[in-house]
Write a protein that binds this ligand. Structure first.
Ligand SMILES: C[S@@+](CC[C@H](N)C(=O)[O-])C[C@H]1O[C@@H](n2cnc3c(N)ncnc32)[C@H](O)[C@@H]1O
Ligand SMILES: Nc1nc2[nH]cc(C(=O)O)c2c(=O)[nH]1
Ligand code: SF4
Ligand SMILES: [Mg+2]
Length: 235
């Protein structure tokens, strides 16, 4: 009997669009958003992939089926695939990454760093996004450090809403001085039907804060997709 392929729980697959955040900003990307998360950040902009009330919308898919959909969306041309969620680290993604590489795709994975997997080593990019105090979650730094496997380009991306989050980012930078750091202002209005407000003001506050401190290591970037499309899903 053949092996039953492990199922990946998928909330949505969309693109190509541009990566709106962090190190790969602006790069044409297909997103695979998995369903389910071990965190529940107070300001999560992707609750439809976190809250179990949306569980009925998550579809179990094989790696082969997901690659088929990526190929449809990309016209079969290799491009960057972003594995996000929810927490994609809780899904069996190793076969998808291996088969996708063979077809010319590259893979970035976005995770909070709460769960490490051996197969992170097979990624091209690993975006670790430890959660600041405003999220209501608490980082286990030992678990976070366990995510730092050799292989992918690893970067850190931290969302900042307030002064306490800023202090958290400074502490994270002291703990992991070798990780390129991206700071991203938080979007406080995440309902799909609502228009985000005050994005410019938050960005300006953060730029000011960093520059006034003489802290010249991080890059400060807005969520480009939110500027362009607001809280619309699937972009
Ligand atoms: C929805 S999460 C999914 C991946 C993973 N669970 C994580 O948090 O890294 C993708 C990225 O969006 C960020 N994010 C979520 N809600 C946000 C908000 N309201 N404003 C700004 N960034 C947000 C997260 O911090 C993370 O960097
Ligand atoms: N365009 C675009 N860029 C993104 N970067 C991170 C996203 C995410 O929700 O993981 C995201 C997203 O949903 N859309
Ligand atoms: S860890 Fe990521 S997906 Fe999970 S609740 Fe927080 S922001 Fe949302
Ligand atoms: Mg998002």
């Amino acid at each position: 009997m053949g092996r039953v392929p492990a199922m990946i729980r998928v909330s949505e697959i969309f693109g190509p669009t541009i990566q709106g955040e962090g190190a790969l900003i602006g790069l044409p990307t297909v997103f695979v958003r998995t369903g389910g998360c071990d965190y529940r950040c107070s300001w999560c902009d992707s609750l439809h992939a976190v809250d179990s009330a949306f569980r009925h919308t998550w579809v179990p898919m094989t790696a082969e089926a997901i690659l088929g959909r990526i190929a449809e969306l990309s016209g079969g041309r290799g491009l960057m695939v972003s594995l996000s969620g929810g927490n994609p680290a809780i899904q069996p993604l190793a076969p998808l990454i291996a088969a996708g590489h063979a077809q010319g795709y590259r893979f970035a994975l976005e995770t909070q760093g709460s769960i490490a997997q051996d197969w992170f080593a097979d990624l091209d990019w690993l975006v670790l996004s430890p959660k600041p105090p405003s999220s209501g979650e608490t980082v286990d730094w030992d678990r976070f450090a366990a995510c730092l496997v050799p292989g992918p380009q690893v970067v850190m991306k931290i969302v900042i809403f307030d002064e306490a989050d800023y202090a958290f980012a400074r502490d994270a930078a002291r703990r992991f001085p070798d990780l390129p750091l991206y700071l991203q202002p938080g979007n406080p209005v995440v309902e799909e039907t609502a228009t985000p407000t005050g994005l410019n003001e938050r960005m300006l506050w953060l730029v000011d804060r960093v520059v006034q401190d003489g802290w010249f290591a991080p890059r400060i970037l807005p969520q480009l997709h939110v500027i362009l499309w607001g809280n619309k899903r699937g972009v």
